[in-house]
Design a binder for this molecule. Structure first.
Ligand code: SDX
Length: 428
């Protein structure tokens, strides 16, 4: 069948482009040859740009659909585990029982970190934001694990993936323990991935603790919901860093930095800070008015999304999980939760938010749930980074394992035209 074509007429120029189709979603116009005609495309914020081809995650923003390797997010959240989702995202298929057992064992046995890495923490202030620590410690991992860094070797890439998925919870929990002056708790191979994280976060050497199974299940589901999300800002950062041939630890560290921003993964922390700033249901209208005021930079944190112009499918599951956790903890009367529910109701009925299709996103509910789990607010984005590591690694691996080019965007230049240098004594 002949390829579909797009034709661009500029003056007397007629430029043909191929139109490429995927298995789902929009067709794309391959404009890679446009620069030969002395033009660039212009798309700040990449609202209409497909930067790559991928088989990992599909999002339909209009219909509120999210698929990991074709499986709907609500089914994975209900029936799967985070480690099984990690296997799926990395390998493309759900594992057999044997494959799952082997993968789980491999992750479990990579969860320890090199003892020297403890020294990194001592260089930080105790009140350092844990995301600053994560960027530093994860970026330094290549200094400890340089034995398998040949990114062209699939086995080395697999080991890097296992090490990153396995060690992120250990490092994340160490960030928390360091901030409160408690001893680091080593991972326990007898525990599940999420159970191990809660253990390393909240256990102390003074007594044995068994994480609450309801909370463990809720946290595992939160990890699943945050595992991947197509070409979001932090994943695109990891891909761009990876396209230079940088080692995977440096690429993931770059992704952590990008995720930190409040417009992206930092939103869950910003949601809680916003709710505390609102403080009382009587103040909601004032903040809604601020969010609607074009002259006010205030945004309603946890609302809106670049892609979802319908309800974020993760938010639906996150909302249910939030209720489950609050029920299990008898915290339904939590004033912050009640304030959040009131804000959600008002925003969903407000014409401004309805017209602009600003729905609650996953971050609106994840922050409240993590808070109920006893996770401090400044650790919310750390948990997002912990979960998203598998997505970042899967995209990095997908790119490196097939032909790719260095990512190097161009620009629309509006600066000064060429002018001769003037020595300082001749300047006004
Ligand atoms: C994540 O990309 C991903 O997939 C990200 C993520 C992932 O899993 O990786 O899903 C995770 O980052 C979720 C989003 C978390 N961020 C927040 O909750 C922060 C609050 N949201 C906004 O900052 C905003 O909605 C963005 C950044 C998420 C999306 O912004 P866009 O797509 O650049 O849209 P925009 O800022 O141009 O807004 C369009 C209009 C504007 O009004 P006009 O200029 O057209 O008049 O909607 C308004 C905005 O003012 N608007 C909001 C708003 N979000 C958009 N107004 C008030 N409150 C908001 N939250």
């Amino acid at each position: 069948m002949d390829k579909k074509k797009a034709v661009l007429h500029i003056g007397d120029q007629k430029i043909d482009f191929d139109i490429l189709s995927g298995t789902l979603g929009y067709d794309v116009i391959d404009v890679s040859s446009l620069s030969k005609h002395d033009y660039f495309t212009y798309d700040p914020g990449f609202l209409s740009t497909a930067a790559c081809e991928s088989k990992i995650t599909y999002i339909d923003g209009e219909k509120g659909i999210l698929l990991y390797r074709g499986y709907p997010i609500d089914q994975l959240a209900k029936h799967s585990t985070f480690l099984e989702v990690c296997y799926l995202l990395l390998n493309g298929e759900l594992p057999s029982k044997e494959q799952y057992a082997e993968f789980s064992k491999a992750v479990t046995h990579h969860s320890l970190i090199h003892e020297q890495i403890r020294n990194f923490f001592n260089g930080f202030r105790r009140d350092a934001h844990p995301m600053a620590v994560m960027v530093g410690v994860v970026g330094a991992l290549s200094a400890f694990y340089h034995d398998r860094l040949d990114i062209k070797n699939p086995e080395h890439r697999k080991t890097c993936a296992l090490r990153l998925v396995a060690k992120m919870p250990t490092i994340a929990a160490m960030c928390y323990k360091y901030s409160i002056g408690q001893p680091f708790m080593p991972p326990q191979n007898r525990l599940s991935y999420a159970g191990n994280y809660l253990h390393m976060m909240f256990a102390t050497p003074c007594e044995e603790t068994v994480p609450n199974p309801v909370l463990v299940r809720a946290l595992d589901r939160i990890f699943i919901l945050h595992a991947d999300h197509e070409q979001n800002a932090s994943t695109s950062t990891v891909r761009l860093a990876g396209s230079t041939g940088a080692n995977p630890y440096a690429c993931i560290s770059a992704g952590i930095g990008a995720l930190w921003g409040p417009a992206h993964g930092g939103a869950n922390e910003a949601v809680l800070n916003m709710l505390h700033e609102i403080g009382d249901v009587s103040k909601i209208d004032k903040f809604i008015a601020r969010a609607k005021n074009p002259k006010d930079s205030f945004r309603l944190m946890g609302f809106g999304h670049r892609v979802y112009k319908n309800y974020d499918p993760r938010a639906k599951v996150m909302r249910e999980t939030c209720h489950e956790v609050l029920e299990a903890l008898g915290a339904h009367n939590d004033p912050i939760f009640k304030l959040a529910m009131a804000l959600e109701k008002i925003a969903l009925e407000d014409d401004y938010f309805v017209e602009k299709k600003l729905y609650p996103n996953v971050d609106f509910y994840s922050g409240i749930t993590l808070s109920a789990l006893g996770i401090p607010t400044n650790m919310f984005t750390v948990i997002f980074a912990l979960a998203r590591t598998i997505g970042w690694v899967a995209h990095w691996n997908e790119m490196i394992s097939s032909p790719y080019r260095l990512g190097r965007p161009r620009q629309l230049y509006t600066g000064p035209t060429e002018r001769p240098y003037v020595v300082i004594n001749n300047r006004p």
